[in-house]
Design a protein. Structure first.
Length: 416
C-alpha cells in the first residue's frame, strides 16, 4: 500500500469514527429529550385519567397545544373523544409516539395494561407483566371491559420536541459536514507538508549533484582528456597488441565523459526555453535519430498534442527513457513507445520486458547516482523527473522483476 492510499484510508477512518461518535451523542441527547417529553405527557395522562374517573373532565384546564384527547375501552371502542381523536383505535399494537404529518402533530397512545409502555422497551420482565395484567383484565365481566379505560389517546401540536427533532437532523448534517471539512483540511495540510518535504529533498539532491558536478568537472574531466590523448598515441604506434585494452579504456572514458555532461545538463535551468511544440512530432523526431527499431504505437486518429516545453528537454526525457529500456536487458521488439491523449493531458508511455526494479528499491530510483544496473550512471531518472516537473508534468513508474517496467509521463496540453 503506497503512502497516498494509506493517507486516504486513515482520513476515511477518522471521518467515519468522528461521524459515528457525533451521531451517537446527538442520538443520546435526542433520547433524553424524548424521555423528558414522555414523562411530561405521562403526568398529563394521569391527570386526565383521574379527572375522567371523577367525571370532572374539563378540556379547558389542559394546555393549549393539546388538540385531541380520547379514552377507549378493552375493545378499543371510544368512551370519550375530543378534537381529532378517532372513534375507534385501529392500531394492532400500541405504538411509541409518532408524527401525524397531516396535522403536524405528535400522537401518543397509552395502553394502561402495559404501564411500562411507551417509556421502556419490551424486555422479558415487561412482557411477562403485560401478559399477566392482560389475562387479569380479560377475565373480568363483559360490562366491566366495555366501561373500563384501557387506552388513552393524546395528540399534541406545537410541541418543542418537533423543533428539536428537526434541529437534530440539521445539526447532524452540519456536524458531519464540519468533520468532513476538518478531515479534508488535515489531508490538505499533510499533502502540503509532503510537497515541502519533497522540495527539500529535491534541493538536497541538487546540492549533492552540484558538489558532484564540480568534482567531475575539475577532478575527472581534465584527466579524461589526457587519458584519451595518450590512448590515441598508443593506438597510432601500430603495435596492435593492446587494441582490446585500448578499446576498453576508450569506452570507459566515453562513459565517464557522458556522465559528466549529463550531470551538467541536469543542473542547468530545468525549464530551459519553453515554447509551443507538438508532442507527437517531437517524439517522432527523436525516434528517427536513433538506429533501433522500437515498437511504436500511435493511433492514426490521434489529434495534435500541443504543449509548452523546451523541445530539447522533451528530447532528453525520451532519450533517457529509451536508454533505460535498452539497458534493462529487454529485447528491442519488447520495447514499446505509445502516445495517448486524455482531454487536456498528453501521455507518453515507454515499456519494456527487462529486468525491472525490485519493490524495495522503487523509492530510491529518483536519487542521483542510484542505479540497479552495473553500467548505469544513476542520473537518468533524476533528469527525467526534474525536466518533467519543470514542465508541470507528472511521472509514474510501474516496475517489477518479473514484468519489466512501464513509465508514464503526462503533460498538460495547450487549449486550442
Amino acid at each position: 500500500m503506497n503512502e497516498k492510499r494509506f493517507l486516504y484510508l486513515i482520513l476515511t477512518l477518522i471521518f467515519l469514527v468522528l461521524s459515528a461518535l457525533s451521531t451517537l451523542l446527538i442520538m443520546v441527547e435526542m433520547q433524553r429529550t424524548l424521555m423528558n417529553f414522555l414523562l411530561e405527557n405521562e403526568k398529563l395522562m394521569n391527570q386526565a385519567y383521574q379527572m375522567y374517573q371523577k367525571d370532572a373532565l374539563d378540556s379547558s384546564k389542559f394546555r393549549q397545544e393539546i388538540s385531541s384527547l380520547g379514552f377507549y375501552n378493552f375493545y378499543r371502542e371510544s368512551l370519550y373523544q375530543s378534537g381529532n381523536a378517532p372513534s375507534r383505535l385501529s392500531f394492532k399494537k400500541v405504538k411509541k409516539p409518532f408524527f401525524n404529518r397531516e396535522r403536524n402533530s405528535i400522537v401518543v397512545v397509552r395502553d394502561l395494561l402495559n404501564p411500562f409502555q411507551p417509556l421502556f422497551s419490551n424486555d422479558e420482565v415487561i412482557k411477562a407483566a403485560h401478559e399477566a395484567m392482560y389475562d387479569n383484565a380479560r377475565k373480568k365481566p363483559e360490562e366491566v371491559k366495555r366501561t373500563m379505560v384501557r387506552f388513552i389517546y393524546l395528540e399534541i401540536t406545537d410541541t418543542p420536541i418537533q423543533g428539536f427533532i428537526f434541529r437534530r437532523w440539521i445539526l447532524m448534517g452540519i456536524v458531519v459536514l464540519l468533520i468532513l471539512v476538518i478531515v479534508l483540511y488535515i489531508g490538505s495540510l499533510y499533502r502540503r507538508n509532503m510537497k515541502y518535504h519533497n522540495q527539500i529533498e529535491s534541493q538536497e539532491r541538487l546540492v549533492l549533484l552540484g558538489t558532484a558536478a564540480r568534482t567531475l568537472t575539475h577532478e575527472v574531466k581534465n584527466p579524461l582528456s589526457s587519458i584519451r590523448l595518450q590512448s590515441a598515441i598508443i593506438a597510432r604506434s601500430g603495435c596492435g597488441l593492446h587494441d582490446q585494452s585500448l578499446k576498453v579504456i576508450n569506452d570507459e572514458v566515453i562513459r565517464l565523459a557522458t556522465m559528466t555532461e549529463r550531470v551538467g545538463d541536469f543542473l542547468r535551468h530545468p525549464e530551459g526555453n519553453p515554447c509551443r511544440c507538438d508532442m507527437k512530432e517531437e517524439v517522432l523526431r527523436v525516434l528517427n535519430r536513433r538506429s533501433e527499431n522500437f515498437n511504436l504505437e500511435i493511433p492514426e486518429n490521434l489529434s495534435d498534442m500541443p504543449l509548452l516545453i523546451d523541445p530539447e528537454r522533451l528530447h532528453s526525457i525520451l532519450e533517457n527513457l529509451l536508454n533505460n529500456a535498452v539497458e534493462s536487458g529487454s529485447d528491442l521488439q519488447d520495447i514499446s513507445i505509445s502516445l495517448e491523449r486524455y482531454a487536456l493531458r498528453g501521455v507518453l508511455v515507454v515499456s519494456d520486458k527487462g529486468e525491472g526494479i525490485p519493490e524495495d528499491q522503487l523509492k530510491r530510483i529518483y536519487d542521483p547516482f542510484f542505479t540497479t544496473k552495473s553500467k548505469g550512471s544513476g542520473v537518468g531518472l533524476s533528469i527525467i523527473q526534474t525536466f518533467t516537473h519543470a514542465a508541470e508534468g507528472s511521472i509514474n513508474i510501474d516496475s517489477s522483476p518479473d514484468n519489466g517496467s512501464t513509465v508514464k509521463i503526462s503533460f498538460p496540453l495547450i487549449k486550442e
